[in-house]
Write a protein that binds this ligand. Sequence first.
Ligand code: TYD
Ligand code: MG
Length: 448
Amino acid sequence: MAKSKIVYECSACGHTSAKWLGLCPACGEWHTFEEREEVKKSAKKHKVDVSSNGESAPVRLSDVTYEDRDRRSTNMSEFDRVLGGGLIKGAFVLLGGDPGIGKSTLMLQVAKRCPDWKILYVAGEESASQIKQRAGRIQLKGDNLYVQSGTEIRDVIAQARKLKPDLLIIDSIQTVFSSELSSLPGSVQQIRECSAMLQQIAKREEITTLMIGHVTKEGEIAGPRILEHMVDTVLHFEGDSGQLHRLLRGVKNRFGPAQEVGVFEMRESGLHEVVNPSDLFLSDSRSGVSGNAVTCVMEGSRPILLEVQALVTASNYSNPQRTASGFDQKRLQLLIAVLEKRAGLGFAGQDVYLNVAGGIRISDTAADLAVSAALASSLRDKPLPAKELYIGEIGLGGEVRRVPFMNQRLQEAGKMGFEQAVLPYSKSMGKPGIGLRSADTVSKAIGR
Ligand code: TYD
Ligand code: MG
């Protein structure tokens, strides 16, 4: 007879313990232990295996053939960019993102753009009729799209074997389950088992598999971390639900560049690709207002022009406010301190608000100079020249440091009609086709 006992399992890494622990000794996360019933089968041990014959002879690497034609374009240039040119046959991909961000919509749009792909869509979140309704919104007929509502993992695998789809979509990994386990769908154990089985299907039978995964409040993909190790590619779909644009970010990619970003806009008729994101993130009325400065950040291999807006006003608080949206708060405090010490500006008794237009989040330090210029402009209530942009990282000594990809950044600025760039000078820059004002310290860059 099967015996059961209670064990505690870390929801972040899957480490188990006989008693509840506050801190996971394996991954160092706090308050992640969950109670679960462990069923011990008396005779044979449970095994993750979907193969029938169990044979796997090693092959000589020189005998292995690989052709790039195994890569198939999704016919969505922004999606292809993040994947590194398209989906590789047999790839195992994880797509994470907040609820309602557009993950299911993105998958249906792949189906629309690739009408000759046979797609098996395992729908654990919505009914077939709900999917039909959504497909109507993006005008997808779906002659080659098969929707499966049953989410028992062996059933899913049996259907995938029968249909041999070009793409297997699991929406979502938190809704598939194995009936051989006692835990609920979405638990660490279920996610681990089901994704291990799906991995075997992807690798042994070369069925390209894309799993959708929910993210936790902290923005990580819910479930065990091993999920991210197991897959070839991890994509994050990000964006502010109050904003129209969505960023598809490659976090890990075994088949192409990581950190590449695709930009989409969510409209009434579905997701639209944004080929020129600089257009999207620059506001229309730039001139004449103090506190606005433009910079160029790199998102993957792509330069994007962005506008930072600062507002510096006399404070009514005993502890003046330092608020940043789309920019690291600590970095803002550091830049204010540098401006005070190295450029003689006084922010004491002033509230400082910083905002990145368009709701995008900046992580490139090349934006430091633009943030400083925006802060100085607002403090002095003096607008910056409309056709000027600022590129450079700022050090604690007030020095402006060079950043990589300067030529691409300047080219993008020239394309968008900018006439002058303020930046630390380097001889290797050549003639970028835009005026340059060299500044090696922040006080030189923003004037006294
Ligand atoms: P969805 O793909 O269901 O998100 P996820 O699978 O990540 O949870 O996206 C749902 C949101 O997108 C929903 O709020 C409605 C919106 N939407 C549009 O604005 N236009 C469209 O054409 C579609 C299909 C959805
Ligand atoms: Mg969905």
